[in-house]
Design a protein around this ligand. Structure first.
Ligand SMILES: NC(=O)c1ccc[n+]([C@@H]2O[C@H](COP(=O)([O-])OP(=O)(O)OC[C@H]3O[C@@H](n4cnc5c(N)ncnc54)[C@H](O)[C@@H]3O)[C@@H](O)[C@H]2O)c1
Length: 443
């Protein structure tokens, strides 16, 4: 496993061409594969200047999936050339899974020993290596720092949701998104429903007025509890928390931010990504058991208030043996919109009644298909503002539930509370207390 910054792997005589592509300049028209896919037999060798090199930071379940999707885009003109994770074993298991799932396309993975970076600075060494596009799928605590480093270095980015876990993180990502825009770099988010064709049609019709003026929005994300990794001999507190990251608020932001944010994002989407005035939320921790379950809540309920009197309600839960549901309801002056069956049934009732009957798509694949096409065309996608606002919506609901206070958008955005330790090392790390509404103070 490499620990030192690496020089470029091999001479790149024709690099200018690829660099000009990836910097979003005007060479797009010269790309031979913009208009027609390459046959698999004609895969370009990795020294081909027109191959886009990707690096993956965070080699767990979703990161491995994102790399698979990236390699499925562009018909073989993308290579995975570098991987970074805080733990070396995660890199090796991700590599194994990837190669197995890719089958006869396993040669698209070209990650030699020198480009497997482990440790807390692994992301930076990967960014400093010869990659054009970086995929981020670490716990979201690290996202603001990682995204800033990648965009500063001129890389295109795919980033999993959520974008941050606290106010300072949100402000940082907003700055990074603006920098990406100035630099003409793609910044594509893993809020996957926005890349789902059924959802686009559904929300597009509502935006076009099918339901008339919106009155209220209601969504649920009632799910089962998270898996746990029991502590092993030799693990420091830091390693134990990282290997159970969803359970620790500083790493994952609590489950409304880490998981239910998908539904909160759809609420933001239907509201035109306008910011709400305030949120009042409740929540608690009743059924989580064991030290590995950390310090997060297991249920939340939130009411967002928007200008004009529209209210948006959200409820989420992670508990066993309870009813599970993940649905969206939009009530308007002319009818109601419903997404049910885990995102597979889309229906409008009332004046403009409609049911989606077209084909679906693989939204995870589409994120990468659209991102790589945008990079090739020199027309970068920048999801920066809405993806960060959606993250803030979930964070402000958590802030309200933890403190028992109604929290305004401005308050949440100005929050100075930064979650997590000041520095990162494999050492002792106390678990913060479970917040108590009315006692925990907003900061
Ligand atoms: N869009 C979706 O549907 C979807 C689905 C699952 C997960 N996610 C998101 O993807 C992200 C990852 O989730 P996951 O399920 O893959 O978790 P995971 O635990 O399987 O993977 C996270 C990986 O990041 C590594 N990591 C932790 N800290 C790191 C650091 N500082 N630098 C580098 N690597 C680090 C871990 O060791 C682990 O390998 C989360 O933000 C999660 O919310 C999105």
């Amino acid at each position: 496993m490499s620990t030192a910054p690496q020089p470029p792997r091999r001479p790149q005589p024709s690099r200018l061409s690829r660099r000009q592509f990836v910097k979003g300049t005007t060479l797009a028209a010269a790309a031979p594969f913009v208009t027609g896919p390459l046959a698999r037999a004609a895969l370009p060798p990795v020294d081909d200047p027109d191959v886009l090199r990707i690096g993956l930071v965070g080699c767990g379940g979703r990161g491995t999936g994102a790399a698979f999707n990236a390699l499925g885009a562009e018909n073989g003109t993308v290579r995975l050339v570098a991987m970074a994770d805080v733990f070396p074993d995660k890199i090796e298991s991700s590599l194994g899974h990837l190669k197995k799932s890719l089958g006869d396309r396993a040669h698209l993975v070209e990650v030699d020993e020198e480009h497997r970076f482990a440790g807390f600075d692994a992301y930076q060494r990967l960014i400093d290596s010869d990659v054009d596009v970086v995929l981020f799928a670490t716990p979201p605590h690290f996202r603001p720092m990682h995204l800033r480093a990648a965009i500063e270095a001129g890389k295109h980015v795919f980033t999993e949701k959520p974008m941050a876990v606290d106010g300072p993180g949100v402000r940082s990502v907003l700055e990074t998104a603006a920098m990406a825009k100035r630099k003409q770099l793609s910044l594509v988010s893993g809020f996957c429903w926005r890349y789902n064709v059924r959802h686009r049609e559904f929300y597009g019709r509502i935006a076009d007025g099918a339901l008339g003026d919106l009155r209220a929005v209601y969504s649920t994300y009632n799910a089962s509890p998270l898996g746990q990794n029991p502590r092993q001999p030799g693990w420091s507190d830091m390693e134990w928390q990282l290997r159970n990251w969803q359970h620790f608020c500083w790493l994952g932001g609590d489950h409304i931010v880490e998981q239910a944010v998908h539904s909160v994002d759809k609420m933001g989407w239907v509201m035109g990504d306008r910011t709400p005035v305030s949120v009042t939320a409740i929540g608690g921790r009743q059924a989580r058991e064991g030290a590995e379950s950390g310090n997060i809540y297991d249920h939340f309920s939130a009411t967002f208030e928007y200008e004009g009197g529209v209210k948006a309600f959200h409820m989420c839960r992670q508990m066993a043996n309870c009813s599970y549901d993940n649905s969206d309801f939009i009530m308007g002056a002319k009818g109601t919109g419903t997404i049910a069956s885990g995102g597979w049934h889309h229906e409008l009732t009332g004046e403009n009644a409609w049911v989606y009957e077209g084909d679906g798509n693989d939204m995870y694949q589409n994120e990468h298909d659209e991102m790589f096409a945008a990079i090739r065309k020199g027309e970068p996608i920048n999801d920066g503002v809405w993806m960060t606002r959606s993250t803030m919506l979930a964070i402000m609901a958590r802030m309200s539930a933890y403190t028992g206070q109604t929290i305004t958008w401005e308050q949440a955005l100005a929050s100075e509370l930064r979650l997590g330790p000041d520095g990162y090392s494999f050492s002792d790390l106390a678990v913060g207390p479970v917040p108590i509404p009315g006692k925990t103070r907003f900061a």
